[in-house]
Design a binder for this molecule. Structure first.
Ligand code: GDP
Length: 532
């Protein structure tokens, strides 16, 4: 029997990730979303927040120290009848693998760009990850209250650098630091910017038609004329708005605003809810699974331990894909075939964690995890063999040998690196058949080494010695009858095993890859590891 309320709950869900280069205003915008959703009553200005209390989405001490978001967090709020899940992502490119995993749980993405800086290097990297998944991308051009680039120039940059067409949903008036407001192209009205309360409360929208004679007085004759010319140009020369293209990630709706002063946040949310859909069917080894499927299912996309130093717990984050989640229900883990009772699920509402009783497709919940889950695990109420698409493991580009400084701490050391490997924060390798115990850590971005060092020290009280290696490439080895002792490697390469015992080879030079293929008949070398 189809439960009407169940369908209603699914239709309300919108789940998106928010990406940006550091400092573009992602945290501020997230706070303002929460403010409009009523999740926090008064948005503290970011400045005072930075000195007093930290942003709602920053958890770890390390983030505070470095001022960058290292890990992704998740928050839920209600707005205008919709139930919105925001997935925050680290801005720094060294954590793009974490971002990738988070994006697998999102149905769309919001990209925040600083109007003065335009498309920055990390925006580019993170954007590519979204593009790979063909998810709809919405762009919020931020900090319009300050001087910035010409809006046409920004559009061109987005098209040239990111390779996506954009469609301005609104158009700024007086961008050179003398910001007057925007013209809303959909509603065909002017929304005036009011500087004053510094974004402490919800900003008012004042509307006036583009043909309103009074506008020349309000905006100034020059600005008014320029706006009329520019809007005409956009209407004539710009791309048409095509909802299908947005849905396929080929066209990004562009919104100009100022998160700090709240300007444009509400119209953004309104349009966003109109243009995005409820969670769609997800691909699995049993074909597409629609969210309306009555059996609960989902996949683990993130694992994190010790998020809260007060309770040293480990949480596995699941994205619900179908059915209704109920506290205490038992589900299969298709990797192990075992049934697990989901006892203390948590959901994240602004700064609080709460125990959830029910949750729906599109929602993200944190499951208490005493080591039961791995990234990519599928949990299913009815089908022990159901598997959603596996999240790929990125090839590390930097490697280091690590040992504990104090050999008495070996046990904590092993526990720590195993934990961090399970979280996907690092990849751990060993050399086969060498007799000594030696650990090699591989990472995609070098900052991950610092996180490793910091977390081992702070969470496991282990100091380490790290020796960096010259290897830059890895290939996983697939070969019938593979035997590391008889494998013909090159001088600049080293045979290793990943933490699941899968054979791989790390190399200093890219050209060695071809050599190894030539020397070992039947070998297949893979750069991304994705075992089903
Ligand atoms: P994140 O690193 O992307 O999360 O960026 P934050 O939200 O922490 O913002 C970085 C800086 O930009 C902070 O000092 C904010 O106060 C400032 N900022 C954010 N939004 C705006 C805005 O709309 N206008 C101005 N002038 N500053 C902003």
């Amino acid at each position: 029997m189809m439960d009407k309320n169940f369908i209603k709950e699914i239709n309300k869900r919108r789940t998106f990730a928010i990406i940006s280069h550091p400092d573009a205003g992602k945290t501020t915008l997230t706070e303002k979303f929460l403010l409009y959703g009523g999740a926090i009553r008064l948005a503290g200005s970011v400045k005072s927040r930075k000195t007093q209390k930290h942003a709602v989405s920053d958890w770890m001490e390390i983030e505070k120290q470095r001022g960058i978001s290292v890990t992704s967090s998740v928050m839920q709020f209600n707005y205008d009848g919709a139930c919105i899940n925001i997935l925050d992502t680290p801005g720094h490119q060294d954590f793009s693998e974490d971002t990738y995993r988070t994006l697998t749980a999102a149905d769309s993405a919001v990209m925040v760009i600083d109007c003065a800086k335009g498309v920055e290097p990390q925006t580019k990297k993170l954007f590519r990850v979204c593009k790979d998944r063909n998810i709809p991308i919405f762009t919020f051009i931020n900090k319009l209250d300050r001087a910035g680039k010409d809006p046409f120039e920004l559009m061109e940059e987005i098209e040239k650098v990111l390779g996506i067409q954009s469609y301005p949903m609104n158009w700024p008036i007086g961008t050179d630091g003398d910001f007057k407001g925007v013209y809303n192209r959909q509603k065909k009205r002017i929304e005036l910017y009011q500087d004053g309360d510094h974004g402490q409360n919800i900003a008012k929208i004042v509307s006036k038609d583009l043909d309103d004679e009074g506008l020349a007085d309000i905006l100034g004759a020059d600005y008014y004329q320029r706006l009329k010319d520019e809007v005409e140009l956009l209407d004539m020369a710009g791309d048409d708005f095509d909802h299908d293209k947005v849905q396929n990630g080929e066209l990004t709706p562009l919104f100009f605003g100022s998160a700090m002063t709240n300007f444009g946040v509400e119209p953004f949310l309104e349009s966003f809810l109109k243009l995005t859909y409820k969670p769609e069917a997800r691909n699995s080894n049993q074909g597409l699974i629609p969210p309306e499927d009555p059996n609960f299912s989902g996949f683990i996309f993130k694992i994190q331990a010790n998020m809260n130093p007060a309770h040293r717990d480990r949480l596995a984050f699941i994205r619900i894909c179908s059915g209704k989640f109920e506290k205490g229900m038992s589900v299969y883990n298709s990797r192990t075939g075992k049934k697990i009772r989901l006892a203390q699920p948590q959901q994240f509402l602004a700064q609080d964690r709460e125990i959830v009783d029910t949750a729906y497709p599109g929602d993200i919940i944190g499951l208490h995890d005493p080591g039961l889950f791995k990234i990519s695990d599928t949990l299913s109420e009815a089908d022990p063999s159901l598997k959603y698409e596996k999240i790929p493991v990125f090839p590390p580009e930097h490697f280091s040998k690590i040992i504990p400084k104090n050999s008495m701490k070996r046990k904590q050391f092993l526990k720590g690196i195993q934990q961090l490997a399970e979280e996907g924060a690092i990849q751990v390798f060993k050399r086969p058949n060498i007799g000594i115990e030696e650990y090699i850590v591989g990472v995609v971005g070098v900052l991950q080494f610092q996180v490793l060092e910091y977390r081992l020290k702070n969470e496991y009280s282990v100091d380490i010695i790290m020796e960096s290696m010259p290897h830059r490439y890895i290939r996983w080895i697939e070969m019938e009858g593979y035997d590391p002792d008889r494998f013909n490697a090159t001088m600049d390469s080293m045979l290793v095993e990943d933490h699941e015992g899968n054979p791989a080879i790390i190399l200093q030079n890219e050209w060695s890859i071809g050599k190894i293929e030539d020397r070992n008949t039947g070998v297949v070398l893979k750069d991304i590891y994705k075992k089903d």
